[in-house]
Design a protein around this ligand. Structure first.
Ligand code: AMP
Length: 511
């Protein structure tokens, strides 16, 4: 087993590692750090939670400890897909460089250019940025990239999902050819492979997990659920979520609840709060200050439930998240791995529970194909055991119980071609297969225990949803440059997919 002391990191960096309480390097660290210290390019294929951030920050700090930055000419550059991830990387630098004199700046949207200009003017050793904001600074003539000696691309697969690859290629063309490149991605899609072949020079390839594998420490389960009526499915699904949370009891110390649509993020957070659960939303339409506050509260343990969209929660490192609830099956199978990777981090146990409605079954099939194994079926805790007791069925009994718990993968019919769906905009762009949550007609004399109806009556519909890429745009990305960005964004139906296409032929015929 490698020890940190074998890695030849600088003594001041080693001191910070000791203070962080790390005794052994993780596999990605043991593989990437020696090559990075030798000045070689590194291609790290690792998911979040593996310690990959330290695998590039530690050697960078060691290398940058010598020398000084010139005004407006950063010596190193770390590119991250989201503001939150960039902020997290910055925190890592703070932790590990506390005994080394290094200057750094964070260039992310939602923060004034002026503040960032002042930092850049002083000269920074480490510049951590989202691609759009970085290019904005460069195009304003405030930033020169000719002195970048080390460039890091973190979460490249997410950059691809978010349409940042043209920006990344442009940034590669702005930094010196002789730079060292450290490139990280959880998966190696063909487009990522192409980028690495083009811009990395004889990299040390370090792969710590099979592509898209979930951590072994995460216990997974899925509840197959169908609403009693189409117009009740959304509220009954929220009720099921509460039942799933309750069933976990104290073991659920905190959780991230993922929804595919921002609209649902808001609705689920409101609904949980209304029922006395300590919950708050995070997605790209919220003010940056609110996002930061919510995230800080969750990290500090002051907030128990973080209801999140994929983009906002991307790469979040909250070391002790006991549970992840997938309110929806992600429409992009790889997001499942990323989502559940929020729990079970750094060797801890974690639990990931998902709800799958009939219209999500094809997505579930994709997720299981990616995992190469079925996700165990869980019983629906909201379904009463009416058959045993003979007790009269109450409202909740209409919530269809899933098929008996079984480890077998169902084989839902695939009536639509795979290509069609792959063309569809992903994640939050997915159209509402579930109906938009306009309050339904709730009879005034609704029974008091009809919580689903009461709940719906209280929750106002959220504004029209934006696709995931648009979320990023709303959260600070600059408009398209050179007509390149977004050129390939509108595919198939663009951002709109009529609901009828989401349904199988059979589903359409029965309605
Ligand atoms: P990351 O994959 O970079 O998001 O890191 C996941 C978590 O692992 C973070 O909370 C780190 O603080 C933690 N971590 C990183 N390196 C080590 C290590 N060598 N030993 C224990 N924990 C670590």
């Amino acid at each position: 087993m490698t020890k940190f002391s074998d890695l030849k990191l600088g003594p001041k960096v080693q001191k910070a590692i000791d203070e962080a309480g790390y005794t052994e390097p993780t596999p990605i660290q043991a593989g990437a750090i020696p090559a990075a210290l030798e000045g070689r390019d590194v291609l790290g294929i690792a998911q979040t939670g593996t310690g990959k951030t330290a695998s590039f920050t530690l050697p960078m700090i060691t290398q940058l400890a010598r020398g000084r930055a010139k005004a407006r000419m950063p010596r190193s550059l770390v590119l991250c897909p989201t503001r939150e991830l960039a902020a997290q990387v910055a925190e890592n630098f703070d932790t590990y460089s506390k005994h080394v004199k290094l200057t750094k700046a964070l260039l992310i949207g939602g923060v004034s250019f002026k503040e960032q200009d002042v930092l850049i003017d002083r000269g920074v050793d480490v510049l951590i940025a989202t691609p759009g904001r970085l290019l904005d600074h460069h195009e304003r003539g405030k930033l020169l990239l000719n002195d970048v000696k080390i460039m890091v691309v973190d979460e490249a697969d997410r950059m691809l999902d978010m349409g940042f690859i043209p920006d990344i290629e442009r940034i590669f063309s702005l930094v010196p050819f002789t730079r060292q490149t450290l490139f990280f991605s959880a998966t190696m899609a063909p487009e990522i492979e192409r980028i690495t072949n083009t811009f990395l020079s004889n990299p040390e390839r370090v792969e710590v997990a099979r592509q898209a594998t979930a951590s072994e420490t995460i216990e997974q389960g899925v509840v197959l659920f169908k609403g009693s009526r189409k117009d009740r499915q959304a509220s009954e699904k929220r009720k099921l979520l509460r039942a799933l949370i309750d069933a976990e009891g104290d073991a659920c110390s905190n959780a991230i609840i993922f929804c595919n649509r921002k609209m649902d993020v808001d609705t689920v957070a409101k609904s949980l709060s209304k029922y006395g659960y300590d919950a708050a939303p995070i997605h790209g339409d919220l003010e940056q200050s609110q996002r930061t506050r919510t995230l800080d509260g969750f990290r500090a343990g002051d907030l128990r439930f973080l209801v999140a969209s994929d983009v906002a929660a991307r790469g979040l490192d909250v070391p002790a998240v006991s549970h992840v609830f997938n309110f929806d099956v992600p429409s992009h199978a790889e997001d499942y791995v990323h989502r559940i990777g929020r729990t079970g981090r750094a060797g801890r146990d974690g639990k990931a529970i998902m709800i799958c409605v009939p219209s999500d079954e094809r997505n579930l099939e994709d997720v299981e194909r990616l995992l190469q194994k079925p996700i165990p079926r869980l019983a629906n805790p909201a379904a009463p055991a009416a058959a045993d007791t003979g007790a009269p069925a109450e409202q909740t009994s209409e919530v269809a119980a899933p098929e008996a718990a079984t480890a077998e993968t169902p084989k839902p019919k695939r009536t639509r071609t795979r290509r069609k769906r792959e063309e569809a905009p992903q994640a939050e762009a997915a159209p509402a297969a579930a109906p938009v949550e306009a309050p339904v007609d709730v009879p005034v004399a609704a029974p008091a225990d009809d919580v689903a109806a009461a709940e719906l009556a209280d929750i106002a519909p959220a504004p029209v949803d934006k696709p995931e890429a648009a979320e990023q745009a709303a959260s600070g990305r600059a408009p398209s440059r050179n007509g390149r960005r977004g050129d390939n964004r509108v595919v198939g139906m663009g951002d709109h997919m009529p609901t009828f296409i989401e349904k199988s032929f059979e589903e359409r015929m029965v309605r």
